[in-house]
Design a protein around this ligand. Structure first.
Ligand code: CTP
Length: 422
């Protein structure tokens, strides 16, 4: 994270700076992941207070979590140590009063059932029941065997917990500690972290349907060779993540890149510019925002050979001829939806020089209200960037920062423009 210009020196940094999270562990083998989660929350600037059930202590020690959180761990409702700075021997009340959220990870099937019924026979369940409903959200990361997860009782409990206001963060799928394979694993700590950061993000794009293109395209010459470029796709993936955090439904149409799909984002993989155009055309009918970050190849080989082009022994090079690719952004910007104001189009411009002039000329040529300029060779593959926002009123620089930080700022800019327009 880049320190914001208006922050005091020493201000905690990170996506969860200033947040206080009560991390509750119930009994399950996934307790081993809670140690890493605790660390990840702290690395993002949160303070973490751990509360464990007796069953959780069978899987991981309070000592480990005390060392990682830097705070004494609470396990018993009879623990009379001061909690939350108050010395009245009421840990179940005091621990939640300063919390921004209570996160139960792992949440066992038994603990879900307990929460559902409002039972309060240990510190963790007591604290959940005693939390101020209106101000302290309850987040649940279930963890259990696939049969337990699929059982109607668990599914019923989950639906009721949601109806009671809890947020269920979902489960992972795959090989389970019990040796079976299926749904029910606790999400991995980086996935939970992404969800928690998204949970705290203001929903400035709620109700919006965002379509993003990202990465390079690959234009085949024959079955084994093709033409592509150095775009990593990182900016587009960051934009998709930031739009999801801001509450939008997001579809990410990605060229060939090997990046992890942001949580909650629907990904469609494509290869060529033509594939990309086909993938976005139908989806643009329901989208309200289109953000074109992809480095689309301008040309493709006029014909792609079905068999590998071989050397013929004469030393003669094959002759390649090219056809211009469709301009995806310009096509969408000229569509009836965009022209009527139902689809807000944002372009990117990868330039090598004269950024402002080139970006402004490109914005007008493509017919988009907002274009984001950057120096291509200086950013391809990197994790940070500098952006220049160009619109009908002029330009504004977004200072060097991580691509995720810039993507969040861009999402804020788009939300602000839509609000002013609507
Ligand atoms: N773009 C697109 N389809 C294309 C080419 C570009 O959708 N066939 C989009 C990109 O995703 C980006 C914007 O148009 O949002 C500008 O892309 P860029 O490569 O900078 O510009 P070009 O239009 O290719 O112009 P030039 O290469 O001449 O600078």
């Amino acid at each position: 994270m880049t320190q914001q210009a208006n922050e005091e020196p020493g201000t905690p940094r990170g996506d969860l700076a200033g947040k206080h999270i009560v991390l509750g562990l119930s009994g399950g083998i996934a307790c081993y992941k809670a140690a890493e989660l605790c660390r990840a929350l702290i690395k993002q600037g949160a303070t973490v207070q751990v509360v464990m059930t007796e069953a959780a202590e069978q899987f991981i020690t309070a000592v480990t979590l005390q060392a990682l959180s830097g705070r004494p761990v609470f396990t018993s409702q009879w623990d009379s140590r001061p909690a939350g700075g108050i010395d009245n021997s009421m840990a179940h009340i005091n621990l939640s009063r300063e919390a921004d959220a209570i996160l139960i990870a792992p949440c066992s099937a038994d603990f879900m059932a307990k929460l559902l019924h409002g039972r309060a026979d240990d510190l963790l369940s007591l604290m959940c029941l005693a939390r101020p409903l209106a101000t302290v959200p309850l987040l649940i990361a279930p963890a259990m065997n696939r049969e337990m997860w699929a059982h109607p009782a668990t599914q019923r409990n989950m639906a009721q917990l949601q109806a009671d206001g809890a947020t269920i963060l979902g489960v992972g799928s795959g090989f389970q500690a019990c040796g079976e394979t299926g749904d029910g694993r606790m999400l991995e700590p980086p996935e939970l972290l992404e969800d928690i950061i998204a949970f705290f993000t203001p929903k400035v794009l709620a109700g919006q349907n965002v379509l993003v293109t990202a990465g390079p395209t690959y234009e085949a010459m024959d079955p084994v060779r093709g033409i592509t470029n150095l775009s990593s796709g990182k900016m587009g993936f960051a934009v998709a993540r930031a739009a999801h955090e801001a509450g939008a439904e997001v579809t990410l149409v990605a060229g060939p890149v090997s990046l992890q799909t942001p949580r909650g984002v629907t990904r469609v993989d494509v290869k060529s510019a033509q594939n990309m155009l086909e993938a976005v055309t139908g989806r643009a009918q329901t989208a309200t925002i289109f953000i074109a970050t992809a480095a689309v190849a301008d040309w493709r080989p006029a014909s792609s050979q079905e068999r590998k082009i071989k050397k013929d022994g004469t030393g003669q090079m094959p002759t390649l001829t090219f056809t211009e690719n469709p301009d995806i952004l310009a096509t969408l910007a000229q569509s009836a939806r965009a022209q009527s104001g139902a689809l807000f189009c944002v372009g990117f411009a990868a330039e090598s020089h004269d950024l402002e002039d080139n970006a402004q000329a490109k914005r007008l040529r493509k017919g988009v209200p907002l274009l984001v300029g950057n120096i291509g060779p200086a950013t391809f593959g990197r994790d940070d960037n500098v952006l220049l926002l160009v619109d009908a009123h002029g330009s504004r620089e977004l200072a060097r920062a991580s691509k995720l930080t810039l993507a969040r700022q861009l999402v804020g800019e788009i939300a602000g423009r839509l609000k002013r327009a609507g």
